[in-house]
Ligand binder design. Sequence first.
Ligand SMILES: [Fe+2]
Length: 243
Amino acid sequence: MTPFIDIHSHIIPGIDDGTCTLNDAIEMVEYAANNGISHMVMTPHIHHGRYDNDKQSISRPFIHLQQAIEKKHIPIHVAYSGEVRIGVEMMEMLIQNKIPFLGQYKEYRVILLEFPHGQIPPGSDRLVNWLIRRKIKPIIAHPERNKDLHEDFTKLVPFLKAGCLLQVTAASLTGKFGQKSQQLSQLLIENKWAHFIATDAHNMKHRPPELREAHTFLVDILGKMEARKLFYDNPWSIVKNKF
Ligand SMILES: [Fe+2]
């Protein structure tokens, strides 16, 4: 069976609202490996004023975790990036090279970009165009959970036209974020607007690193080959240079 590549998770301990301790993180990573995930890019929040992370604050605890994973011989490959909250602050951080990129897409460097859950802030389209002009391609994290998009998913169109890619959360597909998120996640996938499924794992209790359930669910709808693109081919094409 083809393994899964997870491009969105909060497993590096102690730097955002994900795992708190190294032991918790190891438990999450073991779960991910058993779930069929072979490669995982950990993406702590980079959110000005809330989680003031940058390349340096992420890399240090990441290396510590990576060493613990190797010591325990857990069969998984890990790398780090960040989930960047949209806002003017990210512009300065990008100029200063403080944001760790998720990967590469053709001539573009790629970031995982987050909107607030309640809305798409005015001016977001201009910010996205600023990124594209600088050859930075955003993957929009979990649009299916955004309240503005629950009301009107066509608000995504300007972002798709600008060149953004979309990442849907596995647990949205299986209904764990409610009916609206489930319906929108299916619609985005069936319309071929979404290119990636990821865990957005935060903890073992409510948001574990689980992709297998969503994969089984999607194989029934799309067939094996189409599902493989979302869980393996597309994410691997972006992140392979990190491993
Ligand atoms: Fe996230």
